[in-house]
Design a protein around this ligand. Structure first.
Ligand SMILES: Cc1cc2nc3c(=O)[nH]c(=O)nc-3n(C[C@H](O)[C@H](O)[C@H](O)COP(=O)(O)OP(=O)(O)OC[C@H]3O[C@@H](n4cnc5c(N)ncnc54)[C@H](O)[C@@H]3O)c2cc1C
Length: 579
């Protein structure tokens, strides 16, 4: 055994996991369940990573909850959709592994751990016009969770993303969100929102944080609790600094801790799960064409996800696959001034599909079906920018819309608009011309665009970009708006606008891995003892975004596969049909 003379303290485990998001914790829980001694080291003082800020949705076709709901799809239909979506980037080895292991993964966590799910049986894939696209049943989300069940571990859980929570309270997608949006219009919704907020205030007083956890925060919490129950040692404030090798195999890592460096030897290997490179300026400069200095990109992922996993992998011969169709999971972001002088990155995931919203560039032109996915929206924004023009756009709506649905960080009625107008986040104009001048948009271009749009919107149509033309668009719209849930005219001021810039939910480019999540070298050979999961591994979707949950579904599944591989498990114990 090699001993690092620079390290004061030496420890040994079976599996060392670097990073505590969905990928890392899935690997840790699986390996520990199969008897391995597992240590998870986390750079931040809290665990959970981007996962704890996420929607918590996992794309896992043919999952047990769908089957229980009567949705029994043929594997070939999923392959058809993915082939149509991914084209030349289709990696059949890893996709087959994902399709086979995904349902087993869900079954394993449901059966043996604190991770329980709710179904996505009504959630369609994003590109409904492609062959094989699903209209529901291909995703699951972590079920809400009461944090009291975690005991003292809750103090180490990353709180929800400030910009998309309400005074630190997470709001679950679906009925919960619907009630909050309707609080000013329906007594039932008002009571629901009031009760939730009163309980949250009580939690803040008692525990200094919200205790009713939803979405990705519930996912991270449930994974953390499952890990702790199985004896996994989760160490926060402990960034991995370099990997150890023994006879070419990776055999551990040197980790910085508040008490000095520790050398951790890992008999079965190391899992890289550091959450990709959304804030690694050098790699963004290299791979993001729209960010020539590396700074013209504002990810909503935690700012400490700085590409450590990719660098650690490269240092021992791992190869980064930068050939993906897009290197990041794009999402439009607006920049929210914080009271402390900082700037929050608000990802626009919800309101773009609601009726009465359009997005225009500085020339006042629309450029995309705004109701499409966040990824497609940013692709459109990047493609529409002329050489030398800032890649940015403005989300525009009228007073009725902003009070009904909110706009970005601005919440719907009854919450006030003035703090956002005062901070400069929100622009207002009594007329479209006044709004255009306040934003620096060409007023003539904007007037022409809105006139052309309104002419069709009054009939519920959008012939130019097809808002409301796919099941995904419709689900994101407002069913009460007919004939098209995504289309209403933009008239009768005052009008409002929020500026959006290119951002992301995380990254797609990453280390090349095989079907067992082992990192591959330049000869496409597995590096013994080294796994990469989650966003440290190149996305199996090849840089495309076929459905909500395509980050976390594969992160959980390949984490599960890495844990099984490290533990030497080959058979599935559950009854899920893998045929
Ligand atoms: C607002 C938002 C909503 C989203 N919603 C969804 C969704 O619903 N479905 C979906 O599929 N995707 C979603 N995503 C994307 C998804 O959350 C991420 O792709 C996913 O969580 C990444 O998981 P991970 O395990 O790779 O990394 P992370 O969850 O980011 O965890 C990585 C961890 O590694 C730690 N780390 C970094 N460097 C080191 C080091 N040197 N040593 C030790 N630890 C280190 C980090 O601090 C971090 O805690 C969303 C993202 C955002 C921002």
């Amino acid at each position: 055994m090699s001993v690092d003379v620079n390290s004061a303290k030496v420890e040994t485990c079976d599996l060392l996991v670097i990073g505590s998001g969905a990928g890392g914790l899935s690997a840790a829980v699986t390996a520990a369940f199969h008897g391995l001694k597992v240590i998870v080291v986390e750079k931040e003082p809290v665990f959970g990573g981007t996962t704890a800020w996420s929607g918590g949705w996992m794309w896992v076709p043919r999952n047990p909850l769908a089957r229980r709901g009567g949705i029994d799809e043929d594997k070939e239909k999923i392959r058809t959709y993915l082939r149509a979506e991914i084209g030349n980037h289709y990696d059949s080895g890893r996709i087959e592994a994902f399709l086979e292991a995904g349902p087993h993964m869900v079954d394993f966590f449901e059966r043996h751990t604190s991770l329980h799910f709710i179904d996505g049986n009504k959630m369609p894939d994003m590109h409904g016009k492609l062959p094989g696209a699903g209209v529901g049943g291909r995703s699951v989300c972590a079920a809400p969770f009461e944090a009291e069940q975690m005991g003292p571990l809750v103090d180490k859980l990353r709180p929800p993303l400030r910009e998309i929570s309400f005074f630190g309270m997470g709001i679950a997608s679906g009925a919960d969100l619907g009630h909050f949006m309707n609080a000013a219009r329906s007594l039932d919704s008002f009571i629901h929102a009031g009760k939730r907020f009163a309980k949250h205030l009580l939690d803040l007083a008692r525990h200094r944080r919200g205790m009713h956890l939803v979405n990705g925060n519930a996912l991270a919490a449930r994974l953390g609790k499952s890990a702790a129950d199985l004896g996994v040692d989760i160490r926060v404030g402990s960034p991995a600094k370099r990997l150890l090798r023994e006879n070419r195999a990776v055999s551990g890592a040197v980790v910085a801790t508040p008490n000095g460096e520790v050398t951790i030897h890992a008999r079965r290997g190391v899992v890289l799960a550091c959450g990709g490179f959304p804030h690694d300026v050098a790699r963004k400069r290299e791979l993001f064409a729209h960010a020539p200095t590396g700074h013209e990109h504002w990810s909503a992922a935690p700012r400490t996800n700085t590409g450590d996993g990719l660098r650690l992998g490269e240092q021992v011969g791992g190869e980064v696959d930068a050939s993906l169709a897009a290197p990041g999971a794009w999402a439009p972001v607006s920049l929210v001034p914080r009271r402390d002088g900082g700037v929050g990155h608000f990802p626009h995931l919800i309101e773009r599909a609601k009726p009465g919203f359009i997005a225009v560039n500085a020339r006042g032109q629309r450029f995309v079906n705004e109701a499409n996915s966040y990824h497609d929206f940013v692709q459109g924004m990047i493609q529409a920018a002329e050489p030398g023009e800032e890649v940015a756009c403005w989300g525009i709506c009228n007073h009725h819309f902003i009070r009904r649905y909110g706009l970005g960080f601005v919440k719907p009625a009854p919450l006030p608009l003035f703090p956002h107008l005062r901070s400069g986040y929100l622009k207002r104009g009594r007329t479209l011309e006044e709004l255009a001048l306040a934003c620096g948009i060409d007023p003539t271009g904007l007037a022409r665009t809105v006139e052309g749009y309104n002419c069709h919107a009054r009939l519920g149509e959008d012939p130019e970009f097809g808002r409301g033309s796919t099941p995904y668009n419709k689900v994101q719209g407002d069913a009460r708006q007919q004939p098209n849930p995504c289309v209403a005219s933009v008239e009768r001021g005052p009008f409002y606008a929020v500026k959006m810039v290119p951002g992301s939910l995380g990254t797609f480019a990453g280390l090349k891995t095989d079907a067992s999540a082992r990192v591959l070298d330049a000869k496409e050979e597995a590096i013994a003892g080294l796994y990469a999961v989650g966003t440290d591994a190149a996305s199996i979707m090849g840089g495309f975004y076929p459905a909500g949950g395509i980050n976390l579904g594969p992160a959980m599944t390949f984490g599960y596969l890495a844990g099984r591989h490290a533990a030497g498990i080959t058979e599935y114990e559950d009854a899920a049909d893998a045929a």
